[in-house]
Design a protein around this ligand. Structure first.
Ligand code: ADP
Ligand code: FBP
Length: 319
């Protein structure tokens, strides 16, 4: 008998969820499964907003940010009684496998759900914060970083014209990943993240000297989770460094936009691994992705070894 499988997007949405939904529907059919969408995160699970999905539901969405199914934060799912209702709704539809795209909060909820009801599940790390333990990469991070890159590049244009300091605040909750990578890739002068204690006074002498030597502007990338408001950092630039300053809180634009190639490909792979795992009875897992580090190789080996297209990629189109 055909098995039913459902997918939920929960917590903060990310660009990459729509490509994941598309792959989910198409690969479910390939594997002879019947795909279901749960709408509006765990809220939809409680309210029985669970519907069969078809090819037409995922047509024309691969290039769109957000999620076609909607996402939500659900206070009710924190309570056992509502999780019992959620399980009942899945049972009524004979849904036996669940894929959850979400962040650490969604996985905590999923863990509770599993402990109580033993549902077969697979979690796909999906949060722009990139703050899930065990995985180097969460879906949506690359698109968010590219949105930030675009924003900082634009701000740099005006900053350099006007002799100003710009304090640019990134999201990330208590995690500094977005701010740190954006700092390294945008050439900003200052980066403040929750993970590293700082004292602004340490930068005073250096920044003043740089202005004397001709520096026209500063870019500071600060994570939303640091101990100070961005406005306070801007005030410090004005009062201590003596340069006019402005604050830009990038906010939710970091969660939207056309998914990058990396996020589309990661969505494709995450879903493939999730469904394959569930079919092979790997039922209680989160799909984690670890990036291998750099390696020094002998030039001889590099120039004399023919290049081979990644086997994993070839496998996707030849199966
Ligand atoms: N300890 C928990 N028990 C049950 N459900 C939880 C728990 N923690 C989080 N959740 C559920 O997961 C949802 C999403 O979590 P949240 O932290 O808002 O987003 P994210 O998954 O993106 O980190 C919450 O709104 C809640 O419904
Ligand atoms: O959209 P909201 O509810 O304002 O939440 C903002 C928070 O969500 C995020 O954008 C994403 O967080 P999650 O992926 O953990 O939900 C954080 O960076 C930010 O602090």
């Amino acid at each position: 008998m055909k098995q039913n499988i459902a997918i939920i997007c929960s917590g903060g949405d990310v660009s990459g969820m729509n490509p994941a939904l598309k792959r989910f529907v198409e690969y479910s059919f390939e594997q002879n499964l019947t795909p279901y969408f749960v709408y509006d995160g765990y809220e939809g699970l409680i309210d029985n907003n669970i519907k069969k999905a078809d090819y037409c539901d995922v047509a024309g969405i691969i290039n769109r940010g957000g999620t076609k199914t909607g996402s939500a934060r659900s206070k009710r799912f924190m309570q056992k009684e509502y999780r019992t209702i959620a399980k009942q709704n899945l049972d009524n539809l004979h849904v036996t496998m669940l894929i959850v795209l979400g962040g650490d909060g969604s996985f905590k909820g999923l863990h509770e759900f599993y402990k109580e009801h033993k549902i077969k599940f697979c979690g796909i790390p999906s949060t722009i914060d990139n703050d899930i333990s065990g995985t180097d990469y969460c879906l949506g991070v690359d698109t968010a970083l590219n949105m930030i890159k675009f924003s900082i590049d634009s701000i740099r244009d005006t900053a350099s014209s006007f002799k100003r300091a710009f304090v640019i605040e990134t999201m990330g909750n208590k995690c500094g990943y977005l701010a740190l990578v954006s700092h390294l890739t945008s050439g900003s002068e200052l980066c403040l993240i929750p993970e590293i204690p700082y004292n602004l006074n340490d930068y005073e002498e250096k920044f003043k000297r740089e202005i004397k030597n001709g520096r026209r502007y500063f870019i500071a990338v600060v994570a939303e989770g640091i101990k100070q408001d961005s406005a306070e950092i801007a005030k410090w630039f004005e009062e201590k460094i003596g340069i006019e300053s402005r604050v830009n809180i990038l906010g939710h634009l970091q969660r939207g936009g056309n998914p990058t190639v990396k996020d589309r490909l990661m969505a494709y792979k995450f879903i493939t691994y999730a469904i394959d795992g569930l079919m092979k009875n790997k039922n209680e897992s989160i799909i984690c992705y670890m990036e291998s580090g750099f390696e020094y190789k002998e030039i001889d080996a590099v120039v004399n070894t023919p290049y081979q297209l990644n086997h994993e990629l070839i496998k996707y189109i030849s199966s």
